[in-house]
Design a binder for this molecule. Structure first.
Ligand code: UDP
Ligand code: MG
Length: 321
């Protein structure tokens, strides 16, 4: 084992949007957790277009502490994009995203790192006793987790927990969109990574307010469909569109037969039964709409990848080359 394997360099990524009240405490807790174990580390705090005093605080902090690296995004781009900005600039061999709002506990980081040390590529946090509104957050998230398990075949209890640990090679290859940061362990598993999970502490949000509600569950479900589609069909969309075409032919021939049947045996002329037509129409429209969505997603990805574009824009950075 080389020295850097025994004592790897760790990048902690903190997406922060209007978390001025929590950040100073988080920085304290992080440094306590990391220096206590004598880790070599950097903390990359991504200011996701905050409108409170976050910007000034971070600039001052970066001036004092060179382990703290700061990225200011020009505008609010969402948690996943902010996380991606941090990951893109991370130098660590192990990458650990954590929420800025103190709901995750930095004291859990050493335990996650032990799992990586055991040989896992990804260790995902599991908020076993989650401290969020049960009705609009915890319960919908349980349902979402169930479906994610079912569709992806990757068994974790809690995909949405930000606190996770990744080996650099795993995460650097994955590009993230929308609410997709929660699917990194799934993509990782699909590429053959060893994935595990660990119960972690979860705390009530004391300062500021949550940026999310029920709407995100819907976004997550849509992202899940896209993720599943990309995994299965990205290189061969003809399977999808072709099957759709065949199915549509099948439908057309059965309605055609029914139409003939009614005309010659049911004593109804072609125009006397509009209902089958309507049903077919609605089914087709629904399916087409979903597939147009997939198509749009592919177009979007091609656009970003081919032009090497990012889903965020950096205004300026501190302590980064
Ligand atoms: N966040 C962000 N950009 C956003 C929304 C949220 O960087 O547009 C950050 C936020 O500051 C926090 C983390 O993402 O550190 C999780 O957000 P939040 O606590 O609101 O989500 P919840 O814990 O309620 O799921
Ligand atoms: Mg939170």
């Amino acid at each position: 084992m080389t020295d850097s394997e025994k004592n790897p360099y760790i990048s902690v990524i903190v997406p922060a949007y209007d978390e001025a009240a929590s950040l100073p405490i988080l920085v304290e807790e992080l440094s306590a957790a990391m220096t206590g174990h004598q880790y070599r580390y950097e903390v990359i705090i991504v200011n996701d277009g905050s409108t409170d005093s976050t910007r000034g605080y971070l600039d001052e902090l970066a001036g004092k502490d060179h382990k703290i690296k700061v990225i200011h995004l020009r505008k609010n781009s969402g948690q996943t994009a902010a996380m991606m900005a941090g990951i893109d600039h991370a130098n660590g061999t192990i990458i650990i995203p954590i929420d800025a709002d103190l709901q995750n506990d930095p004291a859990d980081i050493p335990r996650l790192l032990e799992k990586i040390d055991e040989g896992y590529d990804v260790c995902s946090g599991w908020r076993r006793k989650r401290k969020d509104n049960p009705l609009v957050r915890t319960f919908p998230s349980k349902i979402a987790n169930f479906f994610i398990q079912l569709i992806t075949g990757v068994r974790l209890h809690d995909y949405g927990c930000t606190l996770k640990a990744y080996r650099r090679e795993i995460i650097k290859e994955i590009r993230l969109y929308g609410e997709m940061h929660r699917f990194i362990p799934i993509y990782a598993k699909w590429t053959g990574a060893k994935v595990t999970e660990l119960p972690v502490n979860h705390r009530l949000r004391k300062h500021g307010k949550s940026k999310y509600g029920l709407k995100r569950t819907i976004k997550v479900i849509l992202d899940l469909m896209v993720a599943n589609f990309i995994q299965k069909y990205f290189q061969r969309p003809i399977y999808v569109f072709g099957s759709f075409g065949l199915l549509s032919f099948l439908l057309a021939s059965s309605t055609f037969c029914a139409m003939l049947y009614y005309k010659y045996f049911g004593n109804k002329s072609f125009i006397e039964t509009p209902l089958p037509l309507l049903t077919v129409l609605f089914v087709l429209i629904g399916i087409i709409a979903i597939f147009m969505g997939f198509l749009a997603q592919i177009t979007m990805m091609t656009y970003y990848e081919s032009q090497n574009r990012r889903s965020y824009f950096i205004a300026y950075t501190r302590n980064l080359d």
